[in-house]
Design a protein around this ligand. Structure first.
Ligand code: SAH
Ligand code: SF4
Ligand code: F3S
Length: 442
């Protein structure tokens, strides 16, 4: 078989940063002449890009890597590569447990994948790469993106925050910002390829540029990206409440293309828990920040991440989380049960909360948040909103897309043809917990 007919299968887990890395792997594989193949049973190269943020993710991924044993047995020539955060964390240990893995690639090696793959193919010797210090922050490669209109743009890598529950700083290394020129060049190239919607990615985008000594660099970057011709929508995530500045909020208020959504994880409502999480803000500070957002951008949606059952969380502490949810009225929230990550300070804390209590709290939190989501969506009924069409549903009965503020909108297909990525005005007629429905008015 010539190299031309060889195929790859990418299996991605985890956050948007991982999705972006996976698009980078796809770009490098295509440069080498490999074609995509969704079926890992028949692919020549399989990459599993892994996440270890919670134990549940790790269990699922370990199961998937286990499945690949039979694939290797059936085809010893297949190249199995495990990349990403779990690979970074477990390194050699993971390969010992799963000897079918040929290449184990930590998070700092995304740019070097092509070279390391070619080295492997020349020698067929299993290898483990987990040095975290070699990572370059600039990016010159070619991405093969999942979407045809929305692009992930990493603006920084790593995290310096060391929230006490979180494994990410240990597996992604220290913060490194890309230069504005390098970011702008990638966006301009993507615009030429037809991309319209851009999400700037980082674990804490508000500290973008601190490593080159400019505390307002993120606001400047937003304003710079806003004026790139052809850019229609700009999103960014994740914002850390401690580092979110008035300058950034003003940039969102003033720039035409920056979308009116603030994703600001608050994690817990109790200031005492926040202190023990090392989050660097209090409940009051967070609520003030929300006020500031509402002052400059009154129609913005605010979304969040919340953890229940952090070690030592009492019923009273948890009530404060519910209180913040009630006061802010988040449009949506990602809610998580605290998961013990060994190597993090919280894993050693006393008074770990029993699973049954965590589950019960999660259910109460989700019930309250669902009410909030419905209320936020009901406010849209009667309004006409600008939606970017993402595609038809599986049954081809409705189109779906999102508002600038991130709300999912469905509208009937009827006879009209839309292009993916097209702007459509939709009049909202009904609200549900997860989405709104309406009809196209143009
Ligand atoms: N850098 C981002 C997101 C990081 S991970 C931020 O700081 O907001 C995404 C979310 O996973 C976090 O916001 C947090 O809510 C959750 N998370 C991280 N570690 C966790 C753990 N050990 N257990 C449960 N949830 C966790
Ligand atoms: Fe984890 Fe905190 Fe960094 Fe987010 S800011 S990645 S929660 S350590
Ligand atoms: Fe998971 Fe790594 Fe992202 S641990 S959440 S894939 S940074």
């Amino acid at each position: 078989m010539s190299d031309k007919n060889k195929t790859y299968c990418l299996i991605n887990y985890g956050c948007q940063m991982n999705e972006s890395d996976t698009e980078h792997y796809a770009g490098q594989l295509q440069e080498l002449g490999y074609a995509p193949n969704p079926d890992f049973h028949t692919a020549d190269i399989i990459i599993v890009n892994t996440c270890c943020v919670r134990e549940s993710a790790e269990k699922k991924i370990a199961g998937k890597i286990g499945e690949l044993k039979a694939v290797k047995r059936a085809n010893p020539d297949v190249v199995i590569c495990v990349a990403g955060c779990m690979a970074q964390k477990d390194g050699e240990k993971l390969r010992k447990k799963h000897p079918q893995v040929d290449l184990l690639l930590g998070t700092a090696y995304v740019n070097d994948f092509k070279r390391l793959l070619l080295e492997f193919l020349a020698e067929r010797k299993a290898a483990v790469y987990t040095d975290l210090t070699i990572h370059q922050s600039e990016f010159e490669g070619h991405m093969v993106r999942q979407s045809s209109f929305a692009a992930w743009i990493p603006i920084m890598y790593g995290c310096n925050n060391f929230c006490t529950y979180c494994i990410v700083p240990y597996v992604r290394g220290r913060e490194r910002s890309r230069s504005i020129d390098n970011i702008v060049a990638e966006i301009e190239a993507a615009v030429k390829d037809g991309y319209k919607e851009f999400t700037l990615l980082g674990q804490n985008v508000n500290s973008y540029g601190k490593d080159f000594g400019d505390k307002d660099a993120f606001a400047k970057l937003l304003r710079r990206v806003d004026i790139i011709p052809g850019v229609e929508r700009i999103h960014y995530m994740t914002s850390h409440p401690r580092d979110m500045s008035e300058e950034v909020i003003k940039a969102v208020a003033e720039c035409e293309h920056i979308c009116e959504n603030f994703h600001m994880p608050f994690q817990a409502g109790s200031s005492e828990i926040l202190r023990r999480m090392n989050r660097g803000y209090t409940k009051e500070k967070y609520l003030e920040l929300v006020k500031l957002v509402r002052k400059y951008v009154p129609d913005a949606t605010i979304t969040t991440d919340i953890i229940v059952g952090f070690p030592g969380e009492t019923e009273e502490n948890f009530e404060e989380t519910l209180d913040v949810v009630r006061q802010v009225g988040f449009t949506s929230a990602y809610t998580f049960i605290y998961s013990k990550r060994s190597g993090t300070p919280a894993a050693k804390m006393e008074n770990q909360v029993p699973l049954a209590v965590k589950k019960e709290r999660l259910n109460r939190l989700m019930a309250l948040q669902n009410e909030n989501s419905l209320k936020c969506h009901e406010k849209l009924v009667g309004q006409t909103v600008e939606v970017l069409a993402e595609g038809p549903s599986k049954q081809k009965t409705v189109w779906n897309g999102r508002t600038r503020t991130g709300v999912l909108v469905l509208w009937p297909i009827e006879d009209k043809q839309y292009e993916v990525g097209q702007k459509v005005n939709v009049q909202i007629e009904a609200a549900q917990t997860w989405l709104v429905k309406g009809k196209a008015v143009d």
